[in-house]
Write a protein that binds this ligand. Structure first.
Ligand code: CDT
Length: 282
């Protein structure tokens, strides 16, 4: 049953290692306002949206690594990130946003949350399961590295579907539409939309989509940062030019998003943010 609402793809643009966090945050808030002024009810930001995509840099010193993470359970309470959530609450807009999470016991995850502007709180969290790349950098001096295995632990929350409260005006709130009861034939597709989240490399693995599909998900949100030219990484061909690699990377992205959405009958916003070295998208 179609329910219509506007989703915005927040194209953040290049965020460099030396870009101050405050200016990145300002950019995210600017995009949130722009999306809201154009009628968006949900704004989707990229993976690790608050900083550069730091897993491409090799770091060994704990304080240096620690600086890229938000600490504690709830990023809407973390000083570096709270202003974006506060603004979303003020505007009554929902957001999906990726960030680097360090829990109180010191475990590090590549995470994202769904924040409800209407409720003013995080309603779901996901921690990335498929961590690509290597633990150690490639020996070549100019290699493009992907060191997620160095900095993150595989997620422990699974792929959990959830209802996005009040995302669509007039959604039914009766039994079965947000509660534990089964939906009736008359109510199917009229409740709050059923949403699933994944992060970047998860999109290349069929089980991520299928697990969400089996829970009745209608909308999959996926923020990402992807390399277009990384000749050392598996699956790349050393002899490719930068242009060929870029074209192939875009093709593989579109292929996996479209094919999996088609097979599981989902909608999925897909957002692109460009940098010289890699693309950041949601
Ligand atoms: N961030 C992330 O997961 N990026 C991966 C790179 C894979 S290595 C080619 C991606 O799937 O786009």
């Amino acid at each position: 049953m179609p329910r219509k609402f506007k989703v915005a793809a927040a194209q953040v643009g290049a965020v460099h290692k030396w870009t101050p966090r405050t200016s990145t945050l300002k950019r995210l808030i600017g995009l949130l306002h722009s999306a809201h002024s154009q009628g968006a009810r949900l704004v989707v930001f990229p993976e690790c949206a608050f900083t550069t995509f730091f897993p491409r840099y090799t770091m060994s010193e704990p304080p240096e690594i620690d600086a890229w993470f938000e600490h504690g359970d709830d990023p809407s309470e973390s000083p570096n990130t709270k202003p974006l959530f506060d603004e979303a609450r003020e505007l009554g807009v929902d957001i999906y946003v990726g960030y680097a999470e360090r829990t109180s016991d010191g475990t590090s995850y590549n995470s994202c949350v769904y924040y409800s502007g209407a409720l003013g709180k995080v309603v779901s969290k996901y921690r990335k399961l498929h961590l690509p790349g290597t633990k150690d950098p490639f020996p070549e001096k100019d290699a493009v590295n992907q060191l997620e295995k160095r900095y993150f632990t595989p997620g422990d929350l699974g792929f959990r579907a959830f209802r996005a409260p009040d995302l669509v005006a007039g959604a039914l709130k009766k039994a079965g539409l947000g509660g534990k009861e089964a939906e009736t034939t008359a109510s199917v597709g009229k409740g709050d939309p059923v949403v699933g989240m994944m992060i970047c490399n998860d999109r290349r693995w069929p089980e991520a989509w299928r697990v969400l599909g089996l829970q009745g998900v209608e909308l999959v949100l996926c923020g990402f940062n992807t390399n277009s030219y990384a000749p050392q990484l598996w699956g790349s061909r050393q002899e490719m030019t930068v242009e060929e690699a870029d074209k192939e990377s875009r093709f593989h992205h579109a292929l996996t998003m479209q094919a999996n959405s088609y097979m599981n009958a989902f909608c999925r916003p897909s957002i692109l943010q460009g940098t010289d070295e890699l693309r950041r998208t949601a």
